[in-house]
Ligand binder design. Structure first.
Ligand code: ADP
Ligand code: MG
Length: 590
């Protein structure tokens, strides 16, 4: 069949340009990305084969292979996994389906134009560019793939400059091989010589050691390296090759397994370095930046499972978009079962990434069954509590990291106040709020309560669009005058949850923009009462006249005790919706 030429989707083209002109300083990560994709493909195939025994796929020796050719300046990463059909190649490799891409590219371009390399690297890291990162080190990439169970293969090739070609091939092995023609300037530089076995080993060890499939490379003499901590299977572990005699005989290399393949979640804490945890996070989240926090949980007894959860250090672009995939990866006895297992995490913790490995579930579990499975429900409960208590611990133990967490995910976490009544107190305890007490530092409700004035019965708050808008509101005047702290709630979700949380620590939450506010002591009250009576008489005529004139727009005009500077303000009844909530309802079309 003839070679077809296709154009990359616009976003893909822009991203490729960035990669070709290498705006990411740590180019080594391209190999991590290729291995990560190969590993995913092997996971997928094992699962498909498990579910469909008519698939006709070979699953006898699933592995990843790396081949380097110094003379040809090529590097190949091969897997015998699920592969891709012709259409999948066009779809998956020619376009970027990630939501939020347009916004990401805009920010990236702005940062690049401004010459801000830290910002560009940060953005790339947050987005993770996967397969395209090959173009940081290669001037041409060829991918040959055959979908497991299909007979025809597909060959894809591109220099990354706008177009790619596709042709059908007859003799492609099952799975995918990605071959990079390395940029000549890199091969000359020892530091970036990706055909060097030492370089490759180092990268695999650093970034991909935990990958559960063997990563094999033909090396001149496997015994030379001595640091592949555990050979995956005996055919690789040819341990008799200790004789260094064949070192010179470079040609037929022996396959050596480069990674230890140990599941990090099954190892004890002191055996695993933070870096190793971080690399696992990057593999499962497709994020290039380190996580903020690693959470480990080992449940023993009748229902045994291990969990390794991560709080990312930034919110993904599409966190608030419909269709955002939540949930962690589910494994059963080390076998990958599914991504985004939503039954394990509540919606308001949808940003949590990680792995849960259960001992006693069937390998055939489906999403539908999981939702009702009692064990899964118990895990869901326990994991939720563990995440919340971790956030609470960060608050006191690592205030800086907590501040980052709250900035990125506070809005999401507060959604839990509306849905998870069992954990409402834990969510409140892990939350913080902007307040008039301190311009820069948010406060916890606990701290607010500790600062409450003698005789102050309630926790006061006001909702609004911005801090400034709230602070300029006439409702604030009396509180400012009396030095009473007010929480300034500006997230859209605040409008909703404040109405459903009756109290914290026995103190009711009161909006300062609703109903009567009572800020006076007994003495002040008596004094004020006499004053008010006098004023009431004095202004009776005016009030009747104003009520009459404004009757279309307001229920009542009354004298106020809450203003010190402004002449008038509008107040809603305690049970009325606030103006901001009215806006939300209107936006929702109600
Ligand atoms: P991501 O891994 O974040 O989805 P990538 O750019 O790394 O993004 O890969 C894009 C898609 O291409 C993958 O989601 C996968 O569907 C497909 N793909 C990439 N490499 C392979 C491979 N080795 N085998 C099968 N599919 C692959
Ligand atoms: Mg990938």
């Amino acid at each position: 069949m003839a070679t077809e030429t296709f154009e990359f989707q616009v976003e893909a083209r822009q991203l490729l340009q960035m990669m070709i002109h290498s705006i990411y300083s740590n180019k080594d990560v391209f190999l991590r990305e290729l291995i990560s994709n190969a590993s995913d493909a092997l996971d997928k195939l094992r699962l498909e084969a498990l579910r469909d025994d008519t698939l006709g796929a070979d699953v006898s020796d699933l592995h990843i292979g790396i081949e380097a050719d110094k003379d040809a300046r090529t590097l190949t990463v091969r897997d015998n996994g699920v592969g891709m059909s012709h259409d999948e190649v066009v779809q998956l490799i020619g376009t970027i389906a990630k939501s939020g891409t347009a916004k990401f590219l805009q920010e990236l371009k702005a940062a690049k134009d401004a010459g801000d390399t830290t910002a560009t690297e940060g953005l790339i890291g947050q987005f993770g560019v996967g397969f395209y990162s090959s173009f940081m080190v290669a001037d041409e990439v060829t991918l040959v793939t055959r979908r497991a169970g299909e007979s025809q293969g597909t060959r894809w090739a591109s220099t990354g400059e706008g177009t790619y070609t596709i042709e059908t091939v007859d003799d492609a092995p099952q799975g995918t091989a990605v071959t990079l023609r390395l940029k000549p300037e890199d091969t000359e530089d020892q530091l970036f010589d990706y055909t060097s076995p030492w370089k490759i080993k180092e990268i695999v060890k650093r970034y991909s050691d935990f990958i559960t499939w063997p990563i094999r490379m033909a090396t001149e003499a496997a015994a030379d390296s001595g640091d592949a901590s555990e050979d995956g299977d005996s055919e690789d572990g040819d341990s008799e090759n200790g004789g260094s005699g064949d070192r010179e005989a470079a040609a037929p290399g022996r396959p050596e397994t480069l990674n230890s393949m140990k599941a990090l979640w099954a190892r004890s804490r002191d055996e695993v370095s933070d870096e190793e945890y971080h690399e696992l996070y990057k593999h499962i989240s497709h994020d290039w930046t380190d996580p903020l926090e690693t959470i480990r949980l080992q449940a023993e007894g009748t229902f045994e499972y291990q969990a390794l959860l991560f709080l990312p250090s930034h919110a993904p672009q599409d966190l608030f978009m419909q269709g955002y995939k939540r949930g962690v990866q589910l494994y059963v006895k080390r076998v990958f079962i599914m991504d985004d297992c939503e039954a394990l995490m509540p919606d308001y913790l949808r940003f949590v990434k990680g792995v849960v490995d259960a001992q006693d579930l069937s390998l055939n579990v489906s999403r539908e069954i999981l939702q009702q499975d009692r064990q899964i429900q118990l895990m869901h409960r326990r994991l939720t509590k563990k995440v919340l208590s971790t956030v609470k611990d960060m608050m006191s133990g690592a205030p800086d990291r907590y501040a980052t967490f709250w900035r990125e995910f506070g809005r999401v976490l507060k959604e839990g106040l509306l849905s998870d009544f069992e954990n409402r107190d834990a969510i409140l305890a892990a939350s913080s709020f902007a307040s008039t007490h301190d311009k820069d530092e948010p406060t916890t409700l606990r701290q607010y309560v500790e600062r409450m004035k003698d005789g102050q019965k309630h926790i006061y708050y006001m909702t609004g669009e911005t801090r400034q808008a709230i602070e300029n509101s006439p409702h604030m005047e009396a509180f400012r005058a009396k030095g009473i702290e007010v929480l300034l709630l500006t997230d859209p979700v605040d409008e909703v949850w404040v109405g459903t949380v009756p109290d914290f620590d026995g103190k009711e939450l009161h909006s300062i923009a609703k109903g009567e506010v009572d800020l006076e002591t007994e003495e002040e009250k008596k004094e004020a009462d006499t004053q008010r009576e006098k004023q009431q008489e004095e202004f009776a005529g005016l009030l009747t006249w104003m009520t009459d004139k404004l009757s279309e727009n307001v229920k009542e005009v009354r004298l106020s005790t809450r203003l010190t500077v402004s002449p008038a303000c509008i107040v809603s009844d305690t049970h009325d919706v606030t103006p901001a909530l009215e806006n939300i309802y209107r936006a929702m079309g109600q």
